[in-house]
Design a binder for this molecule. Sequence first.
Ligand SMILES: Cc1cc2nc3c(=O)[nH]c(=O)nc-3n(C[C@H](O)[C@H](O)[C@H](O)COP(=O)(O)O)c2cc1C
Length: 170
Amino acid sequence: MSEKTLIMVSSITGNTLMVAQAIHSAYPNSTLMSTEDALKHPSAIESAQQILIGFWCDKGGLPPALAETLPRIHDKTLGIFCTMGGDPESERARAWFKRECSVIVGTDRNNVLKETFLCQGKIDPALIEKMKQLPGYKETPETRARRERASTHPDERDLQEAVRTFASFF
Ligand SMILES: Cc1cc2nc3c(=O)[nH]c(=O)nc-3n(C[C@H](O)[C@H](O)[C@H](O)COP(=O)(O)O)c2cc1C
């Protein structure tokens, strides 16, 4: 497809941005923009027929800037990608991602969801240190193992898979 596709990404520690940049590099006729910039320039959203929306799991919800753009996202063909600290293969994570995708697509905005991609994203070491200071924080071997597994993601394989997933948009 030749229409211009907007890649609109939310990212605070860089993981989801890495995925967005990999997609943008593979398909340079796309436009890459942060969700914050898209909010400032809503014409970027309005003029795109296809949008790839990237976000990260923010305390089990959508990043606020993305939630704010949703009313503007209507009549679009969508792809959604996400990074999260937890295990993306788990039932819980899959169900969570499915729910968040439904929220993004909406029921009355005439959007069509074409492809989705979820992978793990390392947790910012500064955040881990902060969490350790919280009263009642308890580290279990499971949480440590999960964090260690996350620490290498998104890796090259994740990036390639994301690029493959959204090939039909370009
Ligand atoms: C404030 C904050 C809250 C987070 N909450 C969750 C969470 O509830 N569940 C989860 O799996 N990961 C959580 N994470 C981990 C991020 O989703 C993960 O590191 C993600 O890859 C960050 O994406 P980014 O680097 O693009 O900002 C949280 C990270 C931060 C900084």
